[in-house]
Design a protein around this ligand. Structure first.
Ligand code: NAD
Ligand code: UDP
Ligand code: UDP
Length: 338
């Protein structure tokens, strides 16, 4: 059963404030775990803009309060410092579960994917909320099928250095489907492919943030391996649109959400050179273990069932993150936090 605002306890209604009559029955109470992070904060912007009440829980492991400063003081916004590995009691209609140490540098450190997802599913079950899991293209591992469709089961090393992340997300998907089938909760699963944009973590070692920061600092761009491995890069606003469509739609998924444009790391380096500094040098470094050779989403399912496809190309999207990065690195730009 979905818990609507009208059914909330008087004390809770008091907290949320009077609902304008136009919005009554429409404004949702939405929990975004990991909402202080890169993707989460852009999602929060859209939900607040739409007129929803948003609660963010985040332990600031990789997220930053600065990403949400502009909502402080808004009665429809609440930020709670909390680790999703611990249980929590809240009353909400929808849960976007993003909390997760998401980069190779950070994700070895905790069991968020399993224990955190279990807690959020328990919460969804108790209050009858709809639950959306942000899974990842990493569930496909080093894929033997190209491009990857949702029907592909993946090629993952269960004991490799990345397994805490990819097996963690695979387990999270399993838990999500178990709660759906066993407890009847409404769930949605997104498999997100590499996403970039303003507010990306500066130092988490992802290739786009590394190259952009390196070019701005006049350092060489570090290409791992021979640079011929491929990835597909999605601009964050396209992802947020896809997540919202998925949550509001009728289909469980999983759905690939990514941009099918495929680039080698050398091609990416070239786009960064064209965008920021044509004289930026390239420096080759050894690649990490178990690095997938290629990755590109098949998004036919999302196109057909969600009516969604990305609209921002790499060449259009990359410049949109440069002013934010410049501001955070040098503190000299006027238009920060795009
Ligand atoms: P991010 O690191 O910016 O955001 C993750 C947020 O979760 C951070 O704010 C962090 O502080 C918070 N967090 C981590 N562990 C927590 C815990 N135990 N309790 C509470 N909060 C916690 O990363 P992002 O890129 O915004 O990723 C968001 C989600 O999307 C993640 O689930 C990630 O796995 C998924 N995803 C992202 C990408 C991508 O390219 N950005 C690709 C695939 C999947
Ligand atoms: N949980 C939570 N908030 C809630 C309800 C549950 O954090 O509002 C946690 C709960 O502590 C448990 C997990 O979610 O660790 C799974 O809950 P569920 O009720 O499914 O399992 P059970 O507690 O029956 O094992
Ligand atoms: N990579 C690179 N230089 C860097 C960081 C990463 O060439 O400074 C490579 C990395 O080896 C991988 C690709 O870029 O092949 C994408 O890495 P990222 O960590 O951004 O994403 P993921 O591997 O999770 O798709």
């Amino acid at each position: 059963r979905r818990v609507l605002l009208e059914e909330a306890t008087p004390s809770l209604r008091g907290k949320i404030g009077k609902v304008p009559s136009g919005l009554r029955g429409k404004r949702k109470r939405i929990l975004v775990t990991g909402g202080a992070g890169f993707v989460g904060s852009h999602l929060v912007d859209r939900l607040i803009e739409r007129g929803d009440s948003v609660i963010v829980i985040d332990n600031f492991f990789t997220g930053r309060k600065e990403n949400l400063f502009h909502h402080f003081g808004n009665p429809n916004f609440e930020l709670i410092r909390h680790d999703v590995v611990e249980p929590i009691l809240l009353e909400v209609d929808q849960i976007y579960h993003l909390a997760c140490p998401a980069s190779p540098v950070h994700y070895k450190f905790n069991p968020t994917n399993v224990v955190g997802t279990l807690n959020m599913l328990g919460l969804a079950k108790r209050v009858g909320a709809r639950f959306l899991l942000t899974s990842t293209s990493e569930v496909y591992g080093d894929p033997l099928q190209h491009p990857q469709a949702e029907t592909y089961w993946g090629n993952v090393n269960p004991i490799g250095v990345r397994s805490c992340y990819d097996e963690g997300k695979r387990t999270a998907e399993t838990l999500t489907m178990d709660y759906h089938r066993g407890a009847g909760i409404e769930v949605r699963i997104a498999r997100i492919f590499n996403t970039y944009g303003p507010r990306m973590c500066l130092d988490d070692g992802r290739v786009v943030s590394n190259f952009v920061a390196q070019a701005l600092r006049k350092e060489p761009l570090t290409v791992y391996g021979d640079g011929k491995q491929t990835r597909s890069f999605q601009y964050v606003s396209d992802l947020v649109e896809g997540l919202i469509r998925l949550m509001e739609g009728e289909h469980v998924g999983p759905f690939n959400l990514g941009n099918p444009g495929e680039f080698t790391m050398l091609e990416l380096a070239q786009v960064v050179q064209e965008t920021i500094d044509p004289n930026a040098k390239i420096e080759y470094r050894p690649n990490t273990e178990d690095d997938p050779h290629k990755r590109k989403p098949d998004i036919s399912k999302a196109k057909e069932l969600l009516g969604w496809q990305p609209s921002v190309s790499l060449r259009k999207g990359l410049p949109l993150m440069v002013s934010d990065f410049r501001q955070r690195i040098f503190g000299d730009s006027k238009d920060a936090l795009g």
